[in-house]
Design a binder for this molecule. Structure first.
Ligand SMILES: [Zn+2]
Length: 274
């Protein structure tokens, strides 16, 4: 029996409507600018993006990895989980890749609509991925032996603090401008210097009202000597938010099985229902 490709097991109802996103991209000359900000090196920022708006993550000074996390702006219990969509849509973030929230919500929160980075040889890999989570001061200490170094987890926590989000809600993200691959034979992760250049960006269309947090990763262009506390090898990241004027399509919701649940954890599940 042949191996089954999991992305082919998704029902038509859940497939990406390519014509819709063509229309969103074609409307770009009519986009209205909403917000523009620059995130300095070794820091993070959080901002809201309303449904139907587009936000771009921009290389303002040159190649620089960015970590991006998403929550429902009105309900932080709904968050992006890197594990959910990747079995159906793959590990890499490309135009038409969707960022799915975890159950019980389980729907696309944002859709990638544009990527200007050109991946070049000789090293293999792709720039935008959801292999894993993000770096943290603990990880940096484990690798360098030096405590107190900067890390994306710290940057994200500082960014979302004004929105009352706590540590346990900061776990999943996507990684942009970080050229990387998983070796099919040894299963290990390999990174290479980013090919992105100043002005490159990745754009996302918000399917629901979003809280977005972005960390400027201390790994810089993915080759930095991160054991040095702070240096000029880490560059700023730009954010642009635009109003498209195009409302998102409603996504079909899955049936809620929780009200009929008769197990030991009924009360706990009732609290978690949408
Ligand atoms: Zn990082």
């Amino acid at each position: 029996m042949q191996d089954r490709e999991y992305s082919k097991l998704v029902q038509d109802l859940c497939r990406v409507d390519e014509a819709f996103y063509d229309r969103v991209r074609a409307a770009e000359p009519r986009y209205e600018p909403v917000e523009k900000l620059v995130i300095p090196p070794f820091s993070g920022r959080a901002f809201t993006v309303k449904r139907g708006q587009v936000f771009r993550v921009v290389q303002t000074e040159g190649p620089q990895a960015a970590v991006v996390a998403f929550w429902n702006a009105g309900n932080h219990k709904e968050y992006y989980n890197a594990m959910r969509g990747r079995i159906y849509e793959g590990l890499f973030i490309k135009p038409l890749t969707r960022m799915w929230s975890d159950v019980p919500y389980f729907r696309p929160m944002a859709t990638c609509i544009e990527d200007t980075v050109v991946t070049r040889p000789p090293t293999r890999g792709f720039h935008h991925h959801r292999f894993w989570t993000h770096c943290s001061p603990e990880v940096m200490e484990m690798r360098s032996g030096r405590p107190g170094l900067n890390g994306c987890h710290l940057n994200l926590l500082r960014a979302v603090e004004p929105f009352r989000l706590k540590d346990e809600r900061v776990r999943y993200n996507i990684n942009l401008f970080q050229k990387a691959r998983l070796d099919p034979d040894d299963g290990k992760f390999y990174g290479a210097r980013s090919d992105s250049k100043t002005g490159d960006y990745v754009a996302f269309y918000a399917e629901i009202d979003l809280l977005v947090a972005v960390s400027v990763c201390p790994h810089g262009d993915n080759t930095r000597d991160w054991s040095v506390p702070e240096d000029d090898a880490v560059l700023s990241i730009g954010i642009e938010v635009h109003e498209t004027g195009i409302a998102p399509k409603e996504f079909p919701r899955s049936a809620d099985w929780r009200p009929g649940w008769k197990g030991r954890w009924t009360e706990d599940l009732a609290r978690r229902t949408r």
